[in-house]
Design a protein around this ligand. Sequence first.
Ligand code: P6P
Length: 338
Amino acid sequence: MAIKKVSLTQYLVEQQREHGRIPSQLRLLIEVVARACKHIAIAVNKGALGDVMGTAGSENVQGEVQKKLDIISNEVLIEANEWGGHLAAMASEEMDTIHVVPNRYPQGEYLLLFDPLDGSSNIDVNVSIGTIFSVLRKVGHHHGVAEEDFLQAGKNQAAAGYCIYGSQTMLVLTVGDGVAMFTLDREMGSWVLTQENVQIPEDTKEFAINMSNQRHWAPPVTRYIDECLLGKDGPRGKDFNMRWVASMVADVHRILSRGGVFMYPWDKREPEKAGKLRLLYEANPMSFLVEQAGGASTNGRQRIMDLQPTKLHERVAVFLGSKSEVERATAYHLESQG
Ligand code: P6P
């Protein structure tokens, strides 16, 4: 008998019916973002056959050179989400300030934040990249919306997820009731539920970090990695493997799929910055997913989802994945504080 394929819409409707966690505005938001990701997947998969490769000749708010696909992906998400009446405003890695839904459309109660195409340094070399998104509720019943409305701790997220443009195109989603994975059925053009209740193993033998920064790390990070490298002859008593895709979406997807620990710590290269990754639209959504899958996520000292943001594009150090390893790395930081 053929396996009954559960679509994204059916999954969301059933989640609402059983758990009441997906009001119609949030369901519309998720479906619209999922449809936008299909659109982005088509552009990404065109590669050199479309006019989408290379740089756009501009810089984003981070001072990073923008790839054409960064801008295309950003525009696809903006256009897809403006008309629905589910959003008050959007924030993106690619935009200096928030984008308020134009007056010609009704405004909704949600705020959408995204990194439209994360890992864009990998676009031109055909390595997996992805779209990361986070959903907040507009708190406070004041009229209009401002940047301050976005500055909420990650524990306030209503939903979070990513789309990975890899060997398969997959949408990974949480609304606070566990993590579900959907695979794009290209013949039907629809998202099909392929895994529910994703669980990250508490222990792992695999770490992900950019080793080329080793000489710039703080002592707790050096201690943690040195112990892993000593393998079974060292204090850990087991050998470790290393992976680093340099696409957060790909590294996190591997960790959700088989465990592991991902680290992008503070380092001495730019000591005024807390880390490289952005809190609101990279670390928070990934932390929500990882925690919902039984993992942990800290900045080396605190739970990332407890951090109170002060700036839209602020950065944070990230240690996420298999709970026992994140707890160990965090303990090393707290011990070094004295
Ligand atoms: P590095 C991609 O540019 C990104 O923001 C994350 O997706 C990724 O984990 C990290 O930066 C890679 O950084 O310094 O290793 O190139």
